[in-house]
Every structure is written in C-alpha cells, then in structure tokens.
Design a protein around this ligand. Structure first.
Ligand code: UD1
Ligand code: CA
Length: 464
C-alpha cells in the first residue's frame, strides 16, 4: 500500500494582491512551498510527493526542481478540483493520501507523522486535522453532531452566523484512503457562493457513504496557520523567527535582542556563538564555535570559522576561516575564501578571491579575482584592477608581500613572494621575488615657490 502526499500550490493567491504565486513567497529567504515539501519529505513516510501547480507554475517548479512530481491544474477551480488534477499519479487505490495546502509554512514533520498514525490506528477512511483558533475567520468550520462526531466542513462563505461562531477549524490537512478520496471528489459540484469545487465537501459525501471519519486534533494551532495575505505572511515569518531563535539559544547560542535577529531554517550554528542585534544569517550557512556575529551583519550561504568576528558586514556565498576579523563595513562575496587569522577591515570588498594565513586588508581596499598568499599586507586604498570594461583578469600574489597605500595592480599580474610595492604605484608588470616595485612619478620640490608666487601677485596688483 502506497502513501502519497499531495501538496496544493496551483492557486494565484488573490488575497496577496501581488504578482508572485502565493506559495512561492519567501519567509526568511526561503519560499513557503519549500518548507512544506521539506517537512513532508523529512517524515520519510511517503512513497510519492506530488505538488499540484497551475498559476505561474514555472516559478514553483523552478524552486522545487525535480525533487517532487507535478500535477498540473490548468484552471484554478478550487481545492477539490486541484486534488483531482493529481488523480492520474495516484495509482494505488488501496493506498493513503495526505493532502496539505501549500500556504501553511509553519507545519512540521511531527504533525504529519502523528496524523498519519492516528488515521491508521483508528482505521479511518478519512481523517481531518483540526485545531481551535481565537479568530476562525476565513477557515472552514468543523461541524459535529450532538454526539460530537464529524459531520461536515462549512466554508466561511457558506456558513450561517451560528456556524461562524464555531472555533474548531479545518487546518487543510487530510489523510484519506485513495479510493474514498477520488470517489468522493467525483461526487462534488461547484454549486456554492464561489463556484468552486471545494475539497472540504468530501467530508459530508464520505459520511453519507458511511465511511469511517475522524479528526486528529492539533493542540498548537500556530503550526497550521494559513497564509492568505501579506500581513499573515509577516506574522508567520515572525513566529518562525522566534521558534528558530529559541532553538539556537537553547543550543548555546547567545542572542542580544533576538527579536531583531533573523536566522534561516537551514542555518547551523555551533555553541558559544554570540549574535548581536540586527543580524541576518540565511541559506545553508554554518557558524562555527566562538564566532561573534553583528551587530548589523548579513550572512548568506556562507561558512564562518571558529572565533571569527564579523561586525557590520555582508558575507554572501563565501568562507571565512578561523580567528579572522571581518569589518566593520566589509563585503565578501561570490566565493571569497578568507584564510585563518586574516583581517578584512573597514570598507574592504573581496570578490572571488582566496587568501592564505595572517593576511591583512585593514582599510579601503578592493580585492577581486585574486589568489593571495600568507602574511600579505594590503595598504589602505589598494586595488586589484580586474576589469577592463569587457573581461575580468586574475591577480596572483605570493607570500609576505607588502602592498603600500593607494596601489593599483592592473590584472593580469603576478606579484612574487616577499615583493614590496611602493605606495601610490600603478603596476601593469609582474614583480619578481623580493623586488621593490615603484611605479609613480618622482617628487619635485620647487623651493620658495609660494613666496615667489605671492610676490608676483602683489606686483601685478600694483601695476593695475
Ligand atoms: C482552505 C480550506 C479551508 C481551510 C483552509 C486552511 C477549502 C475549500 N477550504 O481555505 O477549509 O480552513 O484552507 O488554511 O479547501 N489551490 C489550488 N487550486 C485551486 C485553489 C487553491 O491549488 O484551484 C491551493 C492554493 O494554492 C493553496 C491551497 O490550495 O495553497 C488552499 O487554497 P486557499 O485558497 O488558500 O484556501 P482557503 O480559502 O485558505
Ligand atoms: Ca489558505
């Protein structure tokens, strides 16, 4: 018996009032749909994960790639209609299907596992995951008979005043025997206020057909929050942020003003790390022991080594090795790989470059497309001139090189070990090992120049 997960992500998200399809919206730099798919996959309980796509489906498919199977719902005629679009992919009629909405980013694997377990243990044909909320507006309400048994789900638009007062709601997660699911769906119609095929209608249909129905009650209603508009998105993001931060703090990560700190879902942070206010760490970033991040730092898809200090800086797709200090106001990007015990200081940008040990660029430098050795000193204002307007060129710098202030290294260029480059030089030739390179105009001092000038001015004035 096969187990399928069907995730609904074909809707436009009319209430978002924007262009991007709703399920593609990011929370902490990761699309909503990616959270759900990841959580469903982490249960390891499903043979197939099917995502129903439709409106701007290429965007959703770009996000998920070939990690899931797709069913296409060409026209968005409702959630029931969306599930029907997946029917051809659900071949085992004796199997079970878990259906999840694609706009529920806070759900976790445990909820999926428990709901599936409950469905099996109680031998249900159909299990609805329900919860209670203070403000049920917008959700389908759970209708029970006098004995408390599940009867049907009534959508907000169809509900009477009395039904709207019910605070037990449909989370949008269902577990159904595949045969029961599709037989019931074929009996639905769009005879309702929205003229849509409601998935929720299968409850009453299955009940009338005398199948065994039940509910799985989710205590923590926050997890099932549906995101229908941008305000709800911000609330969901805030809740996710708090949850992630709390877990890191319990793991030994100190956070100063945690409400201003945003850590992505897949970030790994080791113990004894301190994160200062207004810091963002996202993507598959790793922060190793003893590092101090922030204030005001943004780290994405990067690895920060042990005891690194990174203040007021941006690190994207880069690596910083142990004991290095970054910032204030440094920018590392596009595969920068900074060695151990380096110092990348004020207003220094490093792009696609590597450095050895104990190398320093303390102030105002640009290092691009460069392979640099150990114990190199980049003086203030030194620049690798890597771009001629058409192509990018490489700079290679050996070990123990001293680069004076305001030096331009016009690439392609190679500076051998222990070379010394005089301040203010613009080099367009390689420098051999141990050489001093000077490439600047010689200084001329014109003695008594100022007095001569003043004398001339005053004699001109007299003659006027
Ligand atoms: C739905 C439920 C409601 C439940 C709530 C939980 C129905 C009729 N209502 O309402 O009972 O309380 O979720 O959050 O099912 N979608 C498609 N194709 C469509 C329409 C929707 O794929 O034709 C997708 C959407 O992209 C979305 C999901 O289905 O991910 C839910 O649709 P949405 O319009 O948000 O349903 P709700 O009104 O929230
Ligand atoms: Ca919704």
């Amino acid at each position: 018996m096969k187990k399928y997960a069907i995730i609904l992500a074909a809707g436009k998200g009319t209430r978002m009032k924007t262009e991007l399809p709703k399920c593609a919206y990011p929370l902490i730099r990761k699309p909503m749909i990616a959270y759900i798919v990841e959580n469903v996959r982490n249960t390891r309980m499903f043979d197939e994960i099917i995502v129903v796509v439709g409106h701007k489906r290429e965007i959703i498919q770009d996000i998920l790639g070939d990690s899931v199977r797709y069913a296409v719902q060409a026209e968005q005629l409702g959630t029931g209609h969306a599930v029907m679009a997946a029917e051809a992919l659900v071949t085992d009629r004796e199997g079970d299907v878990m259906i999840l909405p694609g706009d529920m980013p806070l759900i976790d694997s445990t909820v999926c596992e428990r709901a599936l377990l409950e469905h099996h243990e109680r031998r249900h044909d159909l299990t609805i995951v329900t919860t209670r909320v203070d403000e049920p507006f917008g959700y389908g309400r759970i209708i029970r008979n006098e004995s408390g048994y599940l009867e049907s789900i009534i959508e907000e638009h169809e509900a009477t005043q009395a039904q709207r007062a019910i605070d037990e709601i449909n989370t949008g997660i269902y577990v159904v025997r595949t045969g029961v699911l599709f037989d019931s769906l074929h009996k639905t119609n769009n005879d309702n206020k929205k003229h849509e095929y409601y998935l929720t209608d299968i409850v009453k249909i299955a009940k009338d057909d005398e199948f065994v129905l039940g509910t799985y009650f989710l205590k923590d209603s926050v997890k099932s929050m549906g995101v229908n508009d941008l305000y709800a998105l911000s609330i969901a993001e805030a809740k996710l942020r708090l949850k992630i931060n709390k877990q890191h703090m319990l793991n030994g990560v100190a956070m100063i003003n945690p409400e201003t700190i945003t850590i992505g879902h897949n970030v790994v942070i080791e113990e004894n790390v301190i994160i200062n206010p207004n810091s963002f760490i996202t993507g598959n970033s790793v922060i190793k022991k003893g590092a101090v991040i922030g204030p005001n730092s943004e780290i994405h898809e990067s690895t920060i080594g042990e005891n690194v200090v990174c203040r007021h800086s941006i690190v994207f797709n880069s690596k910083v090795r142990e004991n290095t200090t970054v910032g204030p106001f440094a920018h590392l990007r596009d595969g920068a790989d900074i060695g151990p015990n380096n110092r990348i200081g004020n207003f220094v940008e490093v792009k696609k470059s590597t450095t050895g040990e104990h190398t320093k660029a303390s102030h105002l430098a640009y290092i691009g497309d460069t392979t640099c050795g150990s114990r190199v000193n980049f003086g203030c204002g030194s620049v690798t001139v890597n771009y001629d307007g058409v192509h990018k060129y490489q700079t290679v710098i050996g070990d123990d090189v001293f680069i004076g202030c305001n030096v331009n290294l016009i690439a392609p260029i190679r500076i051998e070990d222990k070379a010394f480059i005089a301040a203010g030089s613009t080099l367009n030739m390689n420098v051999p090992k141990g050489a001093l390179a000077i490439a600047r105009a010689y200084q001329v001092n014109k003695e008594d120049y100022v007095r001569t000038l003043q004398d001339r001015i005053s004699s001109e004035k007299k003659s006027e």
